[in-house]
Design a protein around this ligand. Structure first.
Ligand code: FAD
Length: 381
């Protein structure tokens, strides 16, 4: 399929570069990382060297000052690695948590952390979700109370990606419990070795096995007031703003996964002998794979369009929500069919589509569940 009109040589070269990275640096090793439940820091440093964590950050910190189309292309290519746990850890670091700092950080905060984030030396996570509050971000209970020039933070965060091995977290806490709804939330920069910070437990997941996901506890954790990220009591809005990029990144990752699963399945049904021919001879199989390819193509084009709108400074909350809901559901539909056409092998741990079908499930839940995305769209219809 031809690239959209707004793709240029630089973007195409970048796609090739990420694809090479996926083939040379991820695929040969990722099975081991799945078993170990972690991705080595060296991978982050290698990706950092290639500029993958500084796509849209200022050049003075080692970034490339590019636009959302690069995010879209990178996440799509990462998705093709077939190990969702590897791609999500990297995408959370570069596209979902560190943007909090780049967008809302002071120059002192950026000077302190951004160069190391871009180089991959310092891995980041975002800690918003809690055991009792996920989709309903305004319902968080983690509390930050001012004490002199410090804030004392108490609370629990749930499902935090990079939670075990990340070094810096962007943490949402209530600073004004009296404030109604979305007001009264503040974002804080929290280094992992801050006294009072601990991991309650690593979480065992259905998929994304190479990604470390944890429940975090903050007990009388003190951070200096210079660790406030953005404005006090305005954190909800920065979380919402960053969600846009998160949703685009997740949607494009899902479409990379879907394309790869279709490619693997196409190969499988063309090779698989049955009924005197191969499975590809069966019209029903050709029809289903064609239909799914068309749907995936449409969804990824919407993702590019969304990224382009963003690159032009246009509001695209509705379109981004559409990308998230469409891709989060579609990737699951694709995986179901790909497993089906692999037959028994699709249910075996040694088959990529088996892993990919487990990894895909969370796309309809994390970073904005399908139903929540539909409500976001509905508000804007
Ligand atoms: C593997 C993994 C990694 C994650 N990483 C992070 C991370 O790094 N940082 C972080 O902060 N969070 C993270 N999350 C949390 C994730 O974003 C939340 O799980 C998600 O937002 C849903 O919240 P919840 O799980 O509390 O579900 P709930 O909010 O309890 O919702 C449960 C279900 O109810 C339905 N629902 C919810 N709201 C509505 C509504 N308004 N209308 C209709 N139906 C609705 C949806 O089907 C939803 O799936 C991660 C989650 C997972 C599983």
């Amino acid at each position: 399929m031809n690239d959209p009109i707004y793709f240029d040589e630089s973007l195409r070269a970048f796609r090739d570069q990420v694809a090479r990275f996926v083939n040379e640096e991820i695929i040969p090793y990722a099975e081991k990382w799945e078993e170990e439940g972690m991705v080595p820091r060296e991978l982050y440093c290698k990706a950092g060297e290639l500029g993958m964590f500084g796509l849209r950050y200022p050049e003075e910190y080692g970034g490339s000052n590019l636009n959302a189309l690069y995010t879209a292309v990178m996440c799509e290519e990462l998705g093709k690695c077939t190990y969702g746990g590897v791609s999500i850890g990297m995408a959370v670091h570069g596209e979902m948590s560190s943007p909090h700092l780049e967008r809302f950080g002071t120059s002192e905060q950026k000077d302190k952390y951004l160069t190391k984030i871009i180089s991959g030396e310092l891995v980041t996570g975002v800690a918003v979700t809690e055991p009792d509050a996920g989709s309903d971000v305004a319902g968080i209970r983690t509390r930050a109370v001012k004490d002199g020039d410090e804030w004392v933070i108490n609370g629990t965060k749930m499902f935090i990606t990079n939670g075990l091995y990340g070094g810096l977290f962007f943490v949402a806490a209530k600073t004004d419990p009296e404030a109604k709804g979305s007001r009264g939330v503040t974002m804080f920069l929290v280094e992992r070795d801050t006294p009072g910070f601990s991991v309650a437990r690593p979480l065992k997941k259905t998929g994304w096995l190479a990604s470390d996901t944890a429940e975090l506890i903050f007990e009388d954790m003190r951070v200096h007031e210079s660790n406030v990220l953005g404005e006090v009591n305005r954190g909800f809005y920065s979380v919402m703003e960053n969600f846009q990029n998160e949703r685009l990144a997740l949607g494009m990752m899902a479409m990379g996964e879907a394309q790869k699963a279709l490619e693997l399945t196409l190969q499988y049904v063309k090779d698989r002998k049955a009924f005197g021919g191969v499975l590809w001879d069966k019209q029903i199989i050709r029809q289903r794979l064609s239909q799914l390819s068309a749907e995936v193509e449409a969804a990824r084009q919407l993702g590019y369009h969304c990224a382009w709108l963003d690159s032009q400074g246009k509001d695209c909350v509705k379109e981004t929500s559409m990308v998230k809901v469409l891709c989060g559901e579609l990737v699951n539909k694709v995986m179901y069919e790909c497993v089906q056409f692999h037959g028994g092998m699709g249910f075996m741990r040694e088959t990529a589509v088996e892993r990919m079908s487990r990894d895909a499930r969370v796309h309809a839940i994390g970073g904005g569940a399908t139903e929540v995305m539909r409500e976001e769209i509905a508000k804007r219809l």
